[in-house]
Ligand binder design. Structure first.
Ligand code: FES
Length: 196
């Protein structure tokens, strides 16, 4: 929808109503973001971004999967329940999943989790699905930056609890479905958490 299509909210009596004030962004908030990354595409794209010295926020922590089709609703919910401020799946381009429809299933599950979060009063924008190829290092950096800015604007996960490692909890929930981490990616992440 174009920006010009945005309408002022109107009450039942036809009077314009004020929109809820936006939450101020806390400049010190550094979100914890879990990325479920297919090793054929997004994980390789992250490596490429590192090789290209592209910068993206250091807030993201990846969990490598053989295909995003391995990702179940419970894994996404566990990551949020354990306090991740944002979670996204990054799979192959549609039509290019090595398991044919794994990325399509992942998108359905992500959308289902969005609905579940909305029902319990948690912003559905905290969960997302992206598609990219292994050659799209710049796209990987762009998505990581865009999603981090989105979560910074939302603020901390309301169910975050002190002392719970969301990344470890998500990995544990996946069990054998998660692949071992490679040595730390050589990504050029910015210390401030912003792409430069
Ligand atoms: Fe990459 Fe399925 S193999 S999303």
């Amino acid at each position: 929808m174009a920006d010009t299509d945005v309408k002022t909210p109107v009450a039942e009596d036809g009077e314009a109503v004020d929109e809820a004030p936006k939450k101020p962004i806390d400049p010190d908030f550094e979100p914890e973001i879990i990325v479920f990354a297919c090793h054929y595409c997004a994980y390789a794209a992250a490596d490429l971004a590192g090789s290209m010295r592209l910068q993206y926020p250091s807030n993201i922590r990846m969990i490598k999967l053989p295909c995003t089709g391995k990702l179940e609703v419970i894994h996404l919910l566990k990551a949020i329940e354990a306090g991740a401020d944002g979670v996204y799946a990054a799979g192959c381009l549609e039509g290019e999943c090595h398991y044919l429809k794994g990325n399509l299933w992942a998108r359905k599950r992500v959308n289902h989790v969005k609905d579940l979060l909305a029902e319990v009063g948690i912003e559905p924008e905290r969960v997302e699905m992206y598609n990219m190829s292994s050659a799209q290092g710049a796209e990987f950096a762009r998505v990581a930056t865009e999603f981090t800015e989105r979560i910074k604007a939302l603020g901390p996960n309301p169910v975050k609890r002190a002392g719970v490692d969301a990344h470890a909890a998500a990995r544990e929930a996946l069990g054998g479905a998660a692949m071992p981490d490679d040595p730390a990616p050589s990504a050029a992440t910015s210390e401030e958490g912003h792409a430069e």
